[in-house]
Ligand binder design. Sequence first.
Ligand code: FES
Length: 97
Amino acid sequence: MLTLKGRTVVRTVEEKPGATLLEQALAAGVDWLFNCSRGTCARCRCLIQEGADLLEEPTDAEWDRLGPDELDQGYRLGCQAVVRRPGDISAVNRTYF
Ligand code: FES
């Protein structure tokens, strides 16, 4: 299952391989902040609390925007992080501002 924590709404849904965390958050009605959807604004930044290994590798945009330190700490961009395979994943939207 996929648990998505937005600003005030938390939902647990069936995870969809091939879809981004942001797409799944919006489809589930979670108030997940975002702006560009292209990996540049970082408004959709999130901390992966469980299941990081079930996501595709970080995209070039994530390397550029977050860098190795934040990626190491478990941060991803919701609009870039794609579910790779089924399992338990938990992510909380943690924007900078
Ligand atoms: S929405 Fe801008 S980086 Fe994801």
